[in-house]
Design a protein around this ligand. Sequence first.
Ligand code: CUA
Length: 286
Amino acid sequence: MFAEVPLYPTAASTFAEEVDSHFQFLLGVWVFFTVLIAMLIIYFSARYRRGVHAPRGTGIHHPLALELAWTLIPLGLVLFIFVWGARIYVTWAEPSDDAHQVYVVGRQWMWHLQHASGQREINQLHVPAGRPVKLTLISQDVIHSFFCPEFRLHMDVLPNRYTNAWFQATRPGRYHLFCSQYCGTYHSQMVGEVIVMEPDAFQRWLGQGADNSAAAAGGKLFQKLQCVSCHGAEARRAPLLENLYRTTVPLEGGGSVIADKAYLRESILYPDAKVVAGYKSIMPSF
Ligand code: CUA
């Protein structure tokens, strides 16, 4: 009967084993001290119960060795747990630059996933095995939480703030995707699956619909909303925006700035904050 009830979900990501080892170590420490303390309680209750002639009240004065032992051993133990946990956390918090990018939008009550090349999916995420996958997550309404037990991956999905997570699946298969934060009536139905594919099969799958990427969609908006008439290659009234990201921008009044996400956001919201050298501040604010 218990063969069908696994203690752990399958370990299917590069973190999984280390997370499990850490957890088992914590569990071991916890079981050891629980059993030790429980046995001592029972032993002392029996030995010093009322009416028994046992030595009581012999004062023990400054047992230095004992005090050092019960201070230093737990200190070493918790520091070991801390350093080990922190190392796992640091690895987990820093995705490699060549990771496959996926944008995740959570909303009541579904997962919307989009690959950097444009493929969109609902409640299903295809990823390649053996390659890091970086998730950028946001919610359209309330707080959700992106949870893949087989990858030991768990990240809150918040409205108004992007969060990041990454994982590297180790073997092809189908794995659970849950929302693990109570988010309303159909929270329990906010489930999906992660489909890990061989890299070749994944590349074929990805090739099936690549021209609605975020960049292509942005390009269309750029044309449609007439941004191009001032910021395009022919127009000269405003700085050229094509391929601007991550380049160095000289500023009016001296200095320069790297065109990172913070700069782009600021320039959209507050166009006067940093004016590009050689241009006037004529952009209306949004
Ligand atoms: Cu989304 Cu629970």
